[in-house]
Design a protein around this ligand. Sequence first.
Ligand SMILES: [Zn+2]
Length: 437
Amino acid sequence: MILPEELQAGRLYLTKDHPYLAAALWALQPVAKADFGIMAVDMYWRLYFDPEKVSRCPVDVVAGILYHEICHLLRNHPERMKDLDPRLSNIAADAEINDDLLREGVKFPAQPVTPQLIGQPENLLAEEYYFALAKNEPARPQEGTTTQGADGKPADKDYGSRQVADDDFDSADAGEESGRPAGKEQERFSAPGSGRCGSCATGRKADWEDEAPGKDSAVGISKAEGELIRRDVARQIIEHSSEKGRIPGHLARWAQAKLNPKVDWRKKLAAVIRYAAVDQTGARDFSYSRPSRRQGQIGGRDVVFPCLRSPAPSVAVVADTSASISDGMLAQTLAEIAGILKSLGQREGVHVLAVDAAVGFCRKVFRPEQIRFAGGGGTDMGIGLAAAARLRPLPQLGIVISDGYTSWPDAPPRGMKVIVVLTGDGQAPEWASCIRI
Ligand SMILES: [Zn+2]
């Protein structure tokens, strides 16, 4: 597909100052469409654009829209907001993003939703803005599928109405102001940053969006792929900040939170090493297998002191990928696996098994990007542990990351210590040490 020059220029404009966003920006799948607004992005990372309108849009505004919509996807608004009223969700999610972007001087096609505009303090989460908005909202007949109030008239607090304007940037079109669509009709038009961004903000299909990816629509990006892109961007941000500095605060904080495991794996794994060493030899594991640096002389003769060896334990991670696991939990699972890999050292990989009621993925990985989370069915972590016990050499440590809503076997596999990391409110078996996060 040939993209309008302005869209290509907008991407370059954005990556010039934000090179770490490139992976997200180039993952967007352009879909040309007419009569819905300038641009919009859905939860499958499909970028709708009206070629005619984009070609009349200033490049810094195109870049601003792309930046704003990517922020929805990076912050995982589709997953966070999907159970809430989509109209209020979109306003709340926009308020969460826009105070950060306005501080950077980002340009919008029309008046963006800001915390101030909805009478709220800055720097809150979309969920907080949402519940503040919902409290002030008059009762509605149906959950968020219309912008009309309970009496059938347009609701008072329609923040979208003052911002529609895909033509605000073009004075030649300013005369259309009075003829703008209102209420239900308005929902056919996107207003990026101004309360109508579509499913990238709400997790619910907007009127202008294609059906879910299938044979008749652009393929889009799956949830698992999306998570890998988010991790990639987060890594780029951390790298960029250590080399060249100057990252907007909101992105730096987001990247830190995205990549950091909640468990102190260095401590946990060190404890396992101590346990294994004591268990097998009754004492610390002194070994001559590698020469000690403390070579020296005693009585004029060269001697080699035994070195205290701390072999990294062999680890298998059983990741619960059943239907009850949310995207957020999967993201945390990836962060924990990254933490385990880091604590084990560069060369030690771990076996990762993605398990629902069957093993969907099993291989040794050295980087979290090598993991493919399959699954989405029922849950049996016993099957995952049994599969881990068939690996050779037998892993010394099995780490199960699960919400705990699963059946467990009566005992751990022979010769394997098991740690259960609970990402939900379920239960771990008595025989495992349990970490709740
Ligand atoms: Zn938005």
